[in-house]
Write a protein that binds this ligand. Sequence first.
Ligand SMILES: [Ca+2]
Ligand SMILES: [Ca+2]
Length: 214
Amino acid sequence: MKHVSIILLIFAIFGLPIFAQEVKVSIPDSVGIPGEILTIPIKLNNVNDVSSAEIIVEYNQQILEFLEVNISDSITISWNMVTGFNENQITINIILLPDLSGSTGLVDISFEVKPTAQVGETTFINFVQAKLNDDFIQTQDGKITIEDSNGGSGIPGDVNGDLVVDRQDLLDLIISYRKRSTDNAYKPSADFNNDGNVNRQDLNILIENYGRRD
Ligand SMILES: [Ca+2]
Ligand SMILES: [Ca+2]
């Protein structure tokens, strides 16, 4: 508890942003459904006076099929982009005018999740190289988890799609309990029998599969 108090004290004195001011390019984690189009943003975090970006990312062609790169909607200044595509690598070169500072989306990369992708599988979109204004910059790769169309893993009882049926799934189901598909709190992934209600029947399915893992 003492450690927690000290951390809270640090937050109180300096505020949260001391942890958020890391300068980097990043790809947020996301989920993909086999056969669907997935748009993955590349984000700039806390950058200063960026006039050019040169980014190379790689991905797994067994799971994803590259479609296109588009400049992010949040870029409102002038830009010029050249993209290249070679096997499992995508090269993106952008010139910006005037310079760009702060945190913003830069580009959106569209992939199709291959229909053969396995539910429960994870794949990464990795930075091979990232330069802003010809300087290397810190990177944070993105993880994509393949889910079924309900948002689950396909294992009965697995609400959160992590391939294990455990206490967390029970907690997630309880949030949706007695909710219908028209309610905001309804989670399709907790409606194991797909009847539009999360209720006792779904709870029974979870209990029957409790402890199961794939
Ligand atoms: Ca689970
Ligand atoms: Ca149900």
